[in-house]
Design a protein around this ligand. Structure first.
Ligand SMILES: Nc1ncnc2c1ncn2[C@@H]1O[C@H](COP(=O)(O)OP(=O)(O)OP(=O)(O)O)[C@@H](O)[C@H]1O
Ligand SMILES: [Mg+2]
Length: 575
């Protein structure tokens, strides 16, 4: 019921259209109701009294009724589709919009395929329920009510006897409805599982091939495919049982009518025309009952889908603007970490007691072994995650007290794993500042040392780079990502292994570009190759989530600790 009311909220804006649609449906189905009544007149008056004039009137009447019915049918279908599709668009937009607001951790906890299935499969299930089921429900409901009313008018005693079978049908439907609902929930989950497996394996095709794991993946897919089959069969089985059961009950009802009604006609209590009309009405209601039971199961499916959709909509973003958040004013770039602690999962601290004080314009390098927490530090500055202890401030503003948008607008990130969008080179750089001019885009590409290889490509800046930039080399992707960050012109810059995919020569080129870029900006540079961080104003050496050493290159070498050891190893291998 709560789900219904919530869905109704979405229909509300289209109320006037809905009223009009329902009027159309009522008139269109009224035509169906009128025909048995006419038949009664034909038998009792025209045929028994041989009245030619009345026959003509009735014939003309039928043609007129069906003509009007066509017009109303058009109105009903058009309006209902309009409302249904609009509601679906609104819900789809709403769920996508909401998902965009949810923090990264939400996405990490869920499978991509499952998330995609909310917007595709679940919304589609709602669509079916809203358009087709609603039309059928109103039409068949009308026919049902109208037929029942006509039956009572014709012969109430016979009607009462007929409807003894009704509670039986209702009870059966209720039991099946419950089973159907749980079966279709399972089905939707299995379908989502297939999407998940597909999504993952298709995007990892290169890895699958390199490990020759095609058969392994086929097995994995088949398991999901088969459990989808089982779920499908379960719902099919339920439908297959429900339909004949209801039909059998209906047949019993018809037999009762023929037997009792026939007796009344023989005894002269009922006219032959009235019995025929009564029978047609009675058979008429078996149709709506059948269809309504189908609609009922569709609605159960839709409700299960709506349940999942609303669950997403009800997920509160954990990282959001504080109620009294202010816009972060244009910053100088003084970034401080005060005893910062952080854990992705409770009880498993990844950062402990991290203190950093980066003055505006300084270059802070973060080095250390893999898994030490370098990327994690970078993730905390734009609030991809919130610190679990301590505080991060920019220019004295605790970053949790300013709006996320105003914070992230002023931070540029070149991530460890470059992600580009399907589209042109130009559009990918423009992503950094949607209002930038063509000159600015090209200047950014030049600064990122990307301009040269871009204009060497056959279509230059208009080259399509493929899904996630798959048509470019790793180094080219990285340089475009750098150009994108340059275009954003942020005051705080985070470079996470920004040169890791480059050869020594292009690394030098990119390094030059980055050096220029870093002037006047506070930058956090994460690097494995120590050669890139020697000029840093401050080097932080991370070890197991703590800052083990800090200082300039020379100071750290003198200390003779972890940094100098790392340096020695790299220096030797360089030699
Ligand atoms: N999204 C996440 N959820 C849970 N744990 C995570 C997540 N990201 C990282 N971790 C864990 O946090 C720790 C620090 O990871 P982080 O990515 O900060 O390391 P890193 O120093 O950047 O390593 P690398 O040099 O390999 O990039 C690791 O133990 C890692 O397993
Ligand atoms: Mg990292």
């Amino acid at each position: 019921m709560k789900i219904y009311l919530r869905l109704l909220q979405y229909i509300k804006p289209y109320m006037p259209r809905l009223v009009l649609a329902v009027i159309c449906i009522i008139f269109a189905s009224a035509a169906n109701l009128y025909v048995p009544w006419i038949l009664k007149d034909v038998i009792d008056e025209v045929l028994t009294q041989k009245d030619m004039v009345k026959l003509n009137t009735i014939a003309a009447g039928i043609i007129a009724i069906y003509f009007l019915r066509g017009i109303f049918f058009y109105g009903q279908t058009y309006l209902m589709s309009f409302i249904g599709q609009r509601v679906v668009i609104d819900i789809r937009e709403g769920i996508y919009r909401h998902m965009q607001r949810l923090e990264l951790a939400y996405y990490e906890k869920r499978k991509t395929g499952t998330l995609m299935s909310y917007i595709t499969n679940d919304v589609a299930a709602l669509q079916g329920a809203l358009i087709d089921s609603l039309i059928e429900m109103v039409t068949e409901g009308m026919i049902l009510i109208g037929s029942v009313a006509a039956m009572f008018y014709l012969d109430w005693k016979l009607s009462l006897l007929t409807f003894i079978t009704m509670p039986l049908i209702a009870h059966t439907m209720k039991i099946f409805g419950k089973k159907m609902r749980s079966a279709s929930a399972t089905l939707q989950e299995r379908t989502a599982d297939i999407t998940s497996v597909l999504q993952e394996s298709i995007s990892a095709e290169r890895v699958i091939k390199s490990f020759v794991r095609e058969d392994f993946e086929i097995d994995r897919f088949n398991r999901q495919n088969f459990s989808n089959f089982r779920a499908q069969m379960r719902t099919a089985q339920l439908t297959a049982t429900l339909t004949p059961m209801i039909e059998f009950l209906a047949a019993i009802g018809v037999t009762v009518i023929i037997w009792l009604g026939g007796r009344e006609v023989i005894e002269g209590q009922l006219t032959a025309g009235a019995l025929i009309a009564f029978l047609i009405y009675a058979v008429n209601i078996s149709n709506p009952v059948k269809r309504l039971s189908r609609v009922y199961s569709n609605i159960q499916k839709a409700l299960a889908a709506a349940d999942r959709i609303f669950a997403v909509l009800d997920t509160k973003p954990e990282i959001k603007d504080a109620p009294d958040a202010i816009a972060l004013p244009s910053i100088k770039g003084h970034v401080t970490f005060d005893k910062v602690g952080f854990a992705y999962k409770e009880g498993e601290p990844v950062l402990q007691n991290v203190d950093i004080d980066a003055a505006p314009g300084q270059m802070v390098a973060i080095v250390g072994p893999s898994g030490a927490g370098k990327t994690t530090i970078a993730n905390l500055i734009p609030r991809f995650y919130d610190v679990t202890e301590g505080c991060i401030a920019i220019d004295g503003f605790d970053i949790r007290t300013v709006t996320i948008a105003s914070l992230r607008e002023q931070i540029g990130i070149v991530p460890q794993e470059t992600v580009l969008f399907n589209g042109t080179v130009y559009d990918n750089i423009l992503y950094g500042d949607l209002n930038a001019s063509e000159e600015q885009v090209i200047a950014a590409a030049k600064a990122g040392n990307a301009h040269k290889f871009i204009i060497d490509m056959p279509e230059g800046y208009q080259t399509q780079i493929g899904e996630r930039g798959s048509k470019l080399s790793g180094g080219q992707r990285q340089r475009i990502a750098i150009a994108r960050a340059i275009l954003k012109n942020p005051q705080v810059l985070i470079l996470d292994e920004a040169t890791s995919a480059l050869d020594t020569e292009s690394e030098q080129l990119v390094q030059e570009a980055l050096d220029k870029l870093m002037i006047g900006r506070t930058s956090f540079v994460i690097a494995h190759r120590l050669s890139t961080v020697q000029r840093a104003d401050m080097i932080l050496v991370m070890e197991k989530g703590r800052i083990a050493e800090r200082g300039t290159h020379e100071e750290l070498l003198e200390q003779g600790g972890l940094y100098s050891k790392l340096h020695q190893v790299q220096f030797k291998s360089n030699d």
